[in-house]
Design a protein around this ligand. Structure first.
Ligand SMILES: [Zn+2]
Length: 92
């Protein structure tokens, strides 16, 4: 039953592609171009969020020890690492 269903879906897709033959390149190009534009927009406008999860207590407590230098500590427990780098933690 299932292969027959897939065959029908494939046949329907082929018929749809045949009926839209003149428009198919524009349709595919439009979908690709808008997907690219949406991807760029979302990547640009999405705010960067640091991963502040502490490796010791597993809660969101990591903060910088000194700004623009490596080294983090946890506000919620006594975790401290002078060499650990967390991306985007300066912006947070
Ligand atoms: Zn912690």
């Amino acid at each position: 039953m299932l292969p027959l269903l897939w065959l029908l879906v494939a046949l329907g897709g082929a018929l749809l592609a045949a009926s839209l033959r003149d428009w198919l390149p524009y349709l595919v190009g439009g979908v690709l171009a808008s997907a690219l534009a949406i991807w760029v927009l979302v990547s640009t406008l999405w705010p960067s969020r640091p991963n502040r999860n502490c490796p010791k207590c597993h809660r969101e407590g990591l903060v910088k020890i000194r700004r623009s230098q490596a080294g983090v500590r946890c506000e919620l427990c006594d975790f401290r690492d002078d060499t650990m780098h967390v991306a985007y933690l300066d912006d947070w």
